[in-house]
Design a binder for this molecule. Structure first.
Ligand SMILES: *Cc1c(COP(=O)(O)O)cnc(C)c1O
Length: 433
């Protein structure tokens, strides 16, 4: 499969080039030249297939030309070592629980898949070690570090701002050991990001070691997110045969929902989509006005969606030929304040005894308000509520039980290397690695 850039100013790339580079040379996002459809027989028989079986068929449609079947199957099966159950919250609204992976958030799926695919390319090319640099303000670091943990041929350096991430977040990437090194930078998140950028531009350092990034716009992180839309539909067929659901996605950078839109293009019978925003409602405004006006993000309690210029908007535009009408026909929007998010969490807990996290709450509310009489909805519950323990406890006024998986991280011993925010120090450290 060839991948073109949404900017159309860069040459097409192979899958391997797209994965290693992340972003096209013209700063555009890579798109597969064709999106292969799956046959009706696949959808008819899907209710009896496992998550891994379904995901492999979808992965084959994306990557089958570029990765041998047995390798691709292994990558898919290793990636999806956890379930993504579809849980009814009301008689017409289901939660697709994407928080049963190692770091209890949906980013585990893309992170794990990308790590394994990159590992395959490294082995195939006989490359010596590849080093992934990732700056994090909290959640990306844990998904990437845990995704790459133990993958041969790759070493991950996580740079995070000292004293500015929560204890739970810090433990998720400082206790792993093996091929993961945490660098505790005496500075801000922006300082961490600046160190990573300088490293990519430093010639001497790049001669010394092969560097790459595990950016969230990478096709190897982005496309695998389609897997669970298919599995959600399969599970719904077991409970409500023949229903075409409305799917609602709490959205920030719009990678997750765009993968769902790809699924529909491949034939998945989804009726329509809703993109749920917090107060950062740039996409919502675009739907209303046809004008895209990025602006600085504001902080909310659904902080993984605090995005003022959604990076995957370029992919949405490209997928629908830049037609506002076509996009509006497929996707509607919703936007909620912190007070509305909190109210939704409280009410859903009181009425249905279902504990939402602040992101999933936007999704649930958009369905509760937006479903027509005859519609059934699925929202993506993108993270476990315990990841936002303090916020959630304050809102529902009850203690939140921390799942064993998170507790295990908490018991681990933090290991990190102190680092200044000076590039010279960071470079000197890497040159000795
Ligand atoms: C990253 C994230 C989102 C937003 O996903 P996008 O793909 O950026 O739209 C939503 N919820 C949680 C919990 C996240 O971590």
């Amino acid at each position: 499969m060839q991948y073109y850039s949404t900017q159309k100013q860069a040459p097409e790339a192979t899958l391997e080039e797209a994965v290693v580079k992340g972003l096209a040379a013209d700063k555009g996002l890579f798109m597969p030249r064709t999106i292969n459809s799956l046959p009706p027989s696949f959808f008819e028989g899907m209710a009896s297939l496992s998550f891994q079986e379904i995901a492999y068929r979808v992965a084959d449609a994306f990557f089958g030309e570029d990765v041998p079947a047995d390798t691709l199957k292994q990558i898919v099966y290793d990636t999806l070592s956890f379930d993504v159950p579809l849980v009814p919250v009301t008689d017409r609204i289901y939660s697709l629980e994407l928080f049963h992976g190692p770091t209890l958030a949906f980013k585990d799926v893309g992170g794990r898949f990308m790590a394994r695919l990159l590992g395959y390319f490294i082995r195939k090319e006989g490359k010596k070690q590849v080093n992934v640099l990732v700056a994090t303000s909290g959640d990306t670091g844990s998904a990437v570090a845990n995704g790459f943990l133990g993958v041969e041929g790759i070493h991950v350096y996580v740079l995070y701002p000292k004293g500015k991430v929560s204890e739970i977040q810090e433990k998720q990437f400082t206790t792993l050991g093996q091929n993961i090194t945490a660098l505790e930078v005496d500075g801000t998140f922006d300082d961490c990001q600046a160190l990573v950028k300088s490293a990519f531009m430093d010639e001497e350092l790049n001669r010394h070691m092969q560097l790459t990034s595990a950016n969230s716009i990478n096709v190897a992180r982005f496309l695998p997110q389609a897997f669970y839309y298919f599995y959600a539909y399969a599970q719904l067929q077991r409970q409500q045969p023949g229903v075409r659901p409305v799917v609602c996605v709490p959205s920030g950078n719009f990678g997750n929902i765009t993968a769902g839109l790809f699924g529909k293009v491949m034939g998945l019978p989804i009726r329509r989509f809703i993109a749920a925003n917090n107060r950062n409602d740039i996409f919502y405004q675009y739907l209303q006005t046809g004008e895209y006006n990025p602006r600085p993000s504001v902080a909310t309690i659904a902080n993984a969606m605090d995005v003022g210029n959604p990076s995957n908007f370029a992919r949405v535009l490209d997928l629908y030929g830049h037609s506002h009408e076509a996009i509006k026909a497929e996707v509607s929007g919703a936007t909620y304040t912190d007070a509305q998010i909190a109210e939704t969490m409280r009410n859903t807990w009181a009425q249905h005894h279902y504990l939402l996290d602040p992101h999933g709450a936007c999704g649930f509310r958009a369905l509760a308000e937006g479903l027509a009489q005859d519609e059934v909805g699925i929202f993506l519950e993108t993270a476990h509520p315990a990841k936002f323990k303090d916020t959630v406890e304050q809102i529902i006024g009850e203690p939140v039980v921390i799942p064993e998986k998170l507790q295990a991280f908490m018991r681990g011993t933090k290991q990190s290397i102190p680092m200044t925010k000076e590039f010279a120090d960071f470079k000197a450290y890497l040159m000795k690695e």
